[in-house]
Write a protein that binds this ligand. Structure first.
Ligand SMILES: N[C@@H](CCC(=O)N[C@@H](CS)C(=O)NCC(=O)O)C(=O)O
Length: 412
């Protein structure tokens, strides 16, 4: 799927705007009701607009005062945030003593040949592009892992975490505790670093990837993970790794996150019909009818499709895309395949997929069942490379073992 930001979508459409409105205008709903009443009264009095009564005036005044107070508060917190904030403040990755109680592992990929010794739990939405990227990497590397399929609306399975985004992993350290890593690229870099030097403890290596806060161009506080595109080889640089290869991988991995991924939502949710079709595919691919009760599945499909259709319009504007959103996707894929052709190798990584192949493949695989992807297969030459990567990823992947989910009756 395109970034299945249902939670974000609902936040944006409901929570955020409502919270803002509530903050700024605590009396707004009352004012709205009063206003509606006044309109109703006017229509029932033969179209003659009645003079607003005293309560209505009072409510309107309250709403105005609320708006002014709310805006002042927002400005105050913004300024306060900036003053109290240490620029580039770093926070080391969180460590939890044990796996959260009541964890609902939905499935596991078990590879008997896996010698990594890694114990990974991946919290994900099956069709989120960032989650697809992480799975593409773990599968290609033949690493075993467990999956917790998170409900994108209610997100109960990550309630224990202060970070509310997926993908997120918990990886067992040598001392039995679990280090929590967020951000798809940071997760991939961390696991790749561990696989390169299996003697080092994942908890120690995770210290290379602290969370960092900064202010964006709009003065809004943002969080990111430091070094997320860097593998920490230290004195274990692989024999065939050159600076040129490393830089090229970083370049395309960054491109996948900062450009390619942003083309997905405006394409896959372009119209309400396409958005619904996309969500039906998410449901099928994510086996929502297996992991969630029917009402929850329907909530995710119908609310998600509507919210994302609305959000996609905003994202289109934010990323300066024209109405012909497909053309932007085609241009991006053309850029990738042209560079690949210049290299004259099967994959960007050479004879085998590299990190950039897996990142771009992961992002695209999130919309594999959508109309956008079908159009891309028809109108670009991405297909050959895509299915070549898919073949090796699937070949190396561990065996799927489904776990029984307690309390959820599979749909008939
Ligand atoms: N930079 C992050 C982005 C993760 C992200 O945005 N995930 C979305 C799902 S596609 C999410 O969890 N959204 C929920 C929210 O924003 O509250 C990564 O690479 O992992």
């Amino acid at each position: 799927m395109s970034c299945f930001r249902l939670a974000t979508a609902l936040n944006a459409v409901n929570n955020q705007s409502l919270r803002l409105l509530a903050k700024r205008t605590p009396n707004l709903s009352l004012a709205r009701r009063q206003f509606a009443n006044a309109v109703l009264e006017s229509s029932s009095s033969g179209g003659k607009v009645k003079k607003p009564n005293g309560t209505f005036k009072l409510t309107l005044l309250g709403a105005c005062i609320g708006a002014v107070a709310g805006s002042t508060y927002t400005i105050y917190t913004r300024i306060n945030d900036q003053n109290s904030h240490k620029e580039h403040e770093r926070t080391p990755p969180n460590v939890v003593e044990s796996l959260p109680a009541g964890l609902r592992i939905t499935k596991r990929y078990i590879n008997p040949k896996d010698t990594s010794g890694l114990d990974i739990v991946l919290f994900q939405f099956q069709t989120c592009p960032f989650c697809c990227k992480v799975r593409a990497y773990l599968d290609y590397m033949g690493v075993s892992y467990s999956v917790v399929e998170v409900d994108a609306v209610l997100r109960q399975d990550i309630r224990w975490s202060s970070v509310k985004k997926v993908p997120m992993v918990l990886i067992r350290q040598q001392d039995g505790q679990y280090v929590q890593m967020t951000d798809s690229s940071a997760i991939i870099s961390l696991v790749a670093t561990v696989l390169n030097d299996k003697r080092a403890d994942v908890g120690e290596l995770a210290q290379f990837y602290p969370q960092i806060s900064y202010f964006d161009d709009d003065g809004k506080k943002r969080l990111d993970i430091m070094n997320k595109y860097f593998l920490m080889y230290q004195d274990h640089t692989p024999k065939n790794m050159t600076k040129e290869i490393e830089e090229n991988e970083r370049k395309w991995r960054t491109w996948a996150d900062s450009h390619l991924v942003h083309l997905i939502s405006p394409n896959c949710y372009q119209t309400l019909a396409e958005s619904l079709e996309t969500f039906e595919w998410f449901s099928k691919e994510g086996e929502w009818d297996v992991y969630f009760p029917k009402w929850e599945r329907n909530l995710m499909v119908y609310c998600g499709a509507t919210a994302m259709w609305l959000i996609a319009k905003m994202l289109k504007r934010r990323h300066n895309l024209t109405d012909d959103v497909r053309s932007h996707m085609y241009d991006a894929l053309h850029k990738w395949t042209t560079d690949l052709k210049k290299r004259n190798t099967k994959f960007m990584g050479g004879k085998q997929p590299g990190l950039s192949d897996l990142a771009v493949f992961g992002v695209l695989s999130s919309m594999e069942g959508c109309q956008t992807f079908k159009d891309c297969l028809q109108d670009t030459n991405i297909g050959k490379w895509f299915y070549d990567v898919k073949e090796v990823v699937q070949k190396n992947r561990g065996q799927l073992r489904r776990e029984r989910i307690v309390g959820v009756e599979p749909a008939a």
